[in-house]
Design a binder for this molecule. Structure first.
Ligand code: NCD
Ligand code: ZN
Length: 350
């Protein structure tokens, strides 16, 4: 039985760090275990220009402990007013690594999002020209579409036609939750990839709804049926370079989730690597974890590998993770995978 695994230091290719006090509390959890992270721009107000992304990067860097080797990779939030030249400038500088498409109203803080992709075609064409990836929250927002169908319908009605219109555009379909998402990515060439979260490899929709409503398992896109979770697991362990880790760790205070209208988002930064080692071991695919967490995403974004390594060690007794993290008078509730975590994470120097 394998009880030790050494992998290249991982990257988190989809992460929410927030701002202010929340940023200061959560950043060290990510920078402890990850070399880089693609940081989402859905602040209030959102990060929409290169200058705003630079200022946000500096605030993130100020909350990284000095002994953590960590680089935030910045994104801007696509609006119907985005200036393609501003994106080109930010990309040339090496600052902007992706542009986030939120359909208006799709999720937390997405009100400034795009109402119709046809309104942003000139921006997308410029991005294809300069090799800047489009990061997509792939859900339609029409009220008549069932929430469990919103990813599939987005793929069929918006993504597939867009991909045919601009076939050279680099696309990441973020946090896929369906077999439809897996199949779409597999049907495309290497310039289309998907991130998969830790929690969507572990929970299905029963976890949210059976035996009482469990707001800490609620996120968007919402977890689907078991067959979809299994399809995500197969993709994650397949070794296919188009699938890689993006935790979508999205902190909200416990109070704002345990409410009559609870926020969407699961906080998993602190225990993600232990959860993933458990999942990959369960699938008898531990040797595929490095590709998923450390190699495929870096290759897609054209990054060299992190120089450090990470050692995962299976302990006799469960690793002690906090159930909650204090933030002022409040807390953030940590993702509970529903099983004890035995894999401990040790960061090795370069
Ligand atoms: C994210 C958040 O809270 O910012 N929530 C979530 O459920 N994933 C937004 C997002 O990525 O959809
Ligand atoms: Zn997200």
């Amino acid at each position: 039985m394998t009880t030790e695994l050494i992998i290249q230091r991982p990257d988190d290719l989809h992460l929410h760090l927030r701002d202010g006090d929340m940023l200061k509390v959560v950043t060290p959890h990510t920078s402890a275990d990850f070399g880089r992270a693609i940081v989402m721009p859905n602040l209030i107000p959102p990060v929409v220009t290169t200058d705003q992304a630079r200022a946000y990067r500096d605030r993130i860097l100020a909350s990284v402990p000095s002994d953590h080797p960590f680089e935030p990779l910045m994104t801007v939030y696509l609006t119907e007013g985005t200036d393609p030249e501003d994106l080109a400038t930010g990309t040339r500088e090496g600052l902007i690594r992706g542009v986030k498409l939120y359909p208006a109203g799709a999720t937390t803080n997405s009100d400034s999002g795009v109402r119709d992709v046809n309104n942003v075609l000139p921006v997308l064409e410029k991005m294809a020209e300069i090799g800047l990836p489009l990061l997509i929250h792939g859900e339609v927002t029409s009220p008549e579409i069932d929430i469990f169908d919103r990813e599939r319908v987005f793929i069929e009605t918006i993504l597939a036609p867009l991909q045919q219109k601009i076939p050279d555009l680099k696309i990441v379909l973020e946090h896929i939750t369906t077999k439809d998402g897996v199949d779409f990515v597999k049907s495309c060439a290497d310039n289309v990839a998907a991130t998969i979260t830790t929690h969507h490899l572990i929970i299905n929709r029963n976890h949210i709804l059976v035996g009482g409503i469990r707001p800490h398992y609620y996120c968007l896109p919402v977890a689907k049926r078991e067959e979809h979770r299994l399809a995500l697991r197969s993709a994650a362990i397949s070794g296919d370079k188009r699938f890689f880790l993006g935790t979508d760790s999205a902190p909200h205070t416990t109070g704002s989730k345990e409410s009559s209208c609870g926020c969407a988002g699961i906080y998993s930064s602190i225990n993600t690597l232990s959860c993933l080692a458990h999942v990959f071991e369960e699938e008898e695919a531990l040797e595929k974890l490095e590709g998923f967490a450390s190699l495929h995403g870096a290759a897609f974004y054209g990054l060299s590998l992190n120089p450090q390594k990470t050692k995962l060690v299976k302990q006799q007794n469960p690793v002690d993770y906090p159930e909650t993290i204090a933030i002022g008078e409040e807390t953030i509730t940590v993702f509970d995978p529903g099983f004890p975590l035995y894999w401990d994470v040790k960061n090795l120097p370069a």
